[in-house]
Ligand binder design. Structure first.
Ligand SMILES: Nc1ncnc2c1ncn2[C@@H]1O[C@H](COP(=O)(O)OP(=O)(O)OP(=O)(O)O)[C@@H](O)[C@H]1O
Ligand SMILES: [Mg+2]
Length: 336
């Protein structure tokens, strides 16, 4: 188990993380999700021991590691740019940490083979030079290099961000499978909400150095506890006052309200309010079509999976909305 207890990290006079409290369970695939600059890498580096918190405590399995040297923490880290050695071949890259540790030659060879097997790098690839590998293969070398030291915790900082969309999708599955096989506690950093939802056991959503919500992908997506989480994770439309009056007649709603795009329907739903709307835009995505429609004072995104139906700009449609699906938040507070 990993705990962050009131951790503060500053860079000079700038406070990147004001107060972090977090518990990560053993064996968990835990993701730090948030926009650029919100402090994900800073949190990861403080866990790895590469940055020392200015206040608070970090512990691993009950042991205070706040000021412990990085190499004493039994943590493997894969950096965003991989930080591999371009002049060495694949096997030498993977072996590097074992040499530093002065393991014997036979043991080193054995471990390199095991680590290469785990990430599915072949014998032929082991003797290749690093620049002969694709981005996805280099990424696997970086993971093998971290795993070869048999760490207790694996830290991955945006490991897939340099890869193209298709390969990224593929590596997601492989990485998740690998993590489950090895059973290693993994802290994963990404700003890609899709990736976070697909891979994680639990997610911490970061905003400006603070954790807004911690939960399973389902919890974070279905019950976002703040406006920030609601708009950062998933697609949703902000609802205007006039439409809200139609959905909640007579109610006084002060704060922002949102509807997930897949919750608005062009086919009748039970317990839903029908709303007349006009199609403004239709965009075809293969699996579905997303319509942007105007309903009262609101532009709504509506997903349609009906292949037979085709609506064009200016068409009048009926959209069904369940008031219970509307996500509502208190009015914004003054800037924190
Ligand atoms: N060495 C540093 N010196 C000064 N400020 C820094 C330093 N490293 C990071 N920061 C600042 O701390 C904040 C958090 O940075 P961090 O790198 O942790 O963000 P991040 O969530 O990893 O972002 P990204 O998704 O872009 O990698 C940012 O405002 C950043 O500018
Ligand atoms: Mg970062």
């Amino acid at each position: 188990m990993i705990t962050f207890d009131g951790v503060e990290v500053t860079y000079g006079t700038f406070t990147a993380i004001p107060q972090l409290d977090l518990t990560i369970r053993k064996g968990e695939f835990f993701t730090l999700l948030g926009p650029s600059g919100c402090g994900k890498t800073t949190a990861l580096r403080s866990l790895a021991g590469l940055t020392t918190p200015s206040a608070g405590r970090i512990s691993i399995e009950g042991r205070d590691v706040t000021t412990l040297a990085p190499d004493k923490r039994q943590i493997g880290m894969v950096f965003q740019n991989y930080a591999l050695f371009p002049s060495m071949n694949v096997a030498d890259n993977i072996e590097f940490g074992l040499r530093v540790r002065r393991d014997g030659r036979h043991e080193r060879a054995q471990r390199v083979r095991e680590a290469a097997d785990l990430v599915e790098l072949s014998q032929a690839q082991l003797v290749k030079n690093l620049d002969e590998l694709s981005g996805g293969q280099q990424q696997r070398v970086a993971i093998a290099r971290a795993l070869v030291l048999q760490p207790k915790i694996l830290l991955l900082d945006e490991p897939l961000s340099n890869l193209d969309a298709k390969l990224r999708q593929q590596m997601r599955g492989q990485l998740k499978k690998l993590q489950a096989e090895v059973g290693i506690t993994t802290v994963y950093v990404t700003h890609d909400q899709d990736e976070a939802l697909a891979m994680s056991d639990r997610i911490a959503v970061f905003n400006r150095g603070r954790v807004e919500q911690v939960g399973t992908p389902q919890e974070v997506y279905d019950q976002p506890t703040s406006e920030f989480v609601c708009t950062f994770v998933g697609e949703s439309s902000p609802l205007g006052a006039d439409l809200l009056q139609v959905l909640f007649p007579g109610a006084q709603l002060a704060g922002p309200a949102f509807l997930r795009e897949e919750r608005a329907s062009m086919v009748e739903l039970s317990d839903a309010v029908p709303v007349v709307a006009q199609v403004e835009l239709a965009s075809y995505h293969g699996t579905h079509t997303t319509y942007t429609v105007q309903a009262h004072d609101t532009y709504l995104r509506v997903m349609s999976f009906d292949r037979g139906m085709r609506r064009d700009q200016g068409d009048q449609v009926r959209v069904w909305i369940r008031p219970a699906d509307v996500l509502q938040y208190p009015p914004a507070q003054e800037d924190r």
